[in-house]
Design a protein around this ligand. Structure first.
Ligand code: WQD
Length: 376
């Protein structure tokens, strides 16, 4: 479970990705974990791990201990999580119980794409999660933080959205997140004395580490609003006109509202969740029927519309974005704004960084890396 210097080994799936690399950064900053990264690089670049390890080394304290130095090293594996054999081959490299916990971030996440290729999404997001859990069980690794999503709420009946809201995803992507949460929940009910698990329902992560060394760099044209605006401002996409997917929603300016939070605040939520899985944590003490499973929203509790985001990016980049309103995008819902009270109360979660900082850090990353990681 621990290394020779006393660090807890934590395996991060999707470690090279936008969220994964920032979670690894946060884990390394604690100097309490030794990170294992597993990624298939379908939508990420290995270079991100080189950069994040560089940040860890650059931020080492004076006279670092052996544990401090070890915490800057990442065990890096390229692995397809849809292959149980590949997952097993990684766990076999460590003693049984040698991995303290898993942060499971790897998933395909494009709502529209999931409608076109649902089987690929169910295989990669659900079947792979089951295979991962089976291997974890075989190797006595029974702590998991699962990357879930606000899309599990579908079109929520109440805004801001509490965790008690019924789960009713509208897209295959969202359904893969609901199903994976249910798989983990059932496992914790089946073996309450073995498993501890937390699902984190991400709202809309944005921004980048202020160094500009790591950031969001999807392969191909970004589907998400903020990285697309950054690509437009840096000249990485031809059309200088943003297509706004509908302005006839029941929202203040008619465009969709989302709850954007800084990716480093989101990453800090993962550290708090991992701490909550430790034996000394009391977070599951009042769980019904002893199952040690909980789900938390990670959001600011502040909704911003598409047009407000465009304006914020106009200020951050100085780029004069033009936009054209077209039809709605399939799978979009009017408003996904979190009620963050449960995570704030039980995990001590906070997401203080404002939209201006998210846009500033996103633009700093994009300006320093006009072609993303591929420029390396
Ligand atoms: C935001 C708003 C669009 C692009 C994302 C991920 C999803 C999940 C939640 C993790 C929407 C509008 C966008 C464009 C636009 N992540 N938009 N023109 O849809 O909330 O989902 O976060 O679980 O996997 O996709 O974020 O950035 O795609 O869209 O008008 O060219 O911007 O309609 O209202 P979304 P997004």
């Amino acid at each position: 479970m621990s290394t020779s210097t006393g660090l807890r080994r934590v395996l991060v799936t999707g470690g090279a990705g936008y969220i994964g690399s920032h979670v690894i950064y946060a884990l390394q900053q604690t100097r309490r974990y030794k990170v294992i990264s597993v990624d298939n690089y379908h939508n990420s670049f290995p270079a991100s791990l080189t950069r994040v390890a560089q940040i860890a080394r650059d931020t080492l304290p004076e006279n670092p201990s052996e544990a401090d130095k070890e915490s800057t090293e990442i065990d890096v594996f390229q692995c397809d999580l849809t292959s149980p054999e590949q997952i097993k081959s990684i766990f076999e490299r460590y003693d049984k119980g040698g991995i303290w916990g898993v942060v499971h971030i790897a998933a395909y996440k494009a709502v529209g794409e999931s409608v076109e290729i649902p089987l690929t999404y169910y295989a990669n997001n659900v079947a792979a999660t089951v295979a991962l859990l089976q291997t974890m069980s075989d190797f006595d690794c029974t702590r998991i933080v699962y990357s879930s999503s606000a899309t599990v709420y579908g079109t929520p009946p109440v805004i801001p959205i509490p965790e008690t809201t019924r789960l009713k995803a509208d897209s295959p992507y969202g359904k893969t997140k609901v199903m994976s949460e249910m798989v983990i929940d059932d496992l914790c009910h089946a073996e309450p004395n073995r498993w501890r698990a937390i699902s984190l329902r991400y709202f809309n992560p944005a921004g980048a580490h202020p160094s500009g060394l790591i950031g969001e760099d999807p392969r191909g044209r970004p589907g998400n609003l903020l990285p697309l605006l950054a690509h437009m401002a840096i000249g990485r996409v031809d059309d200088a006109t943003l297509k706004v997917f509908g302005n006839d929603y029941p929202t203040p300016d008619g465009t969709c509202v989302r709850d954007y939070l800084h990716v480093l605040d989101l990453a800090s939520g993962h550290l708090l969740a991992l701490d909550a899985l430790a034996p000394e944590s009391a977070i599951f003490d009042n769980c019904p029927d002893d199952a040690r499973y909980k789900a938390y929203n990670l959001g600011k509790g502040k909704g911003m519309s598409v047009l407000q985001i465009v304006e914020a990016m106009r200020k951050a980049t100085g780029f004069d974005f033009k936009y054209e309103v077209i039809g709605r995008r399939r799978g979009d819902v009017p408003d996904l704004t979190a009620d963050p009270a449960l995570a704030e109360r039980e995990l001590g979660f906070k997401a203080p960084q404002p939209l201006e900082v998210m846009c500033r850090d996103l633009w700093n990353w994009q300006s320093m890396n006009p072609q993303g990681y591929t420029q390396q």
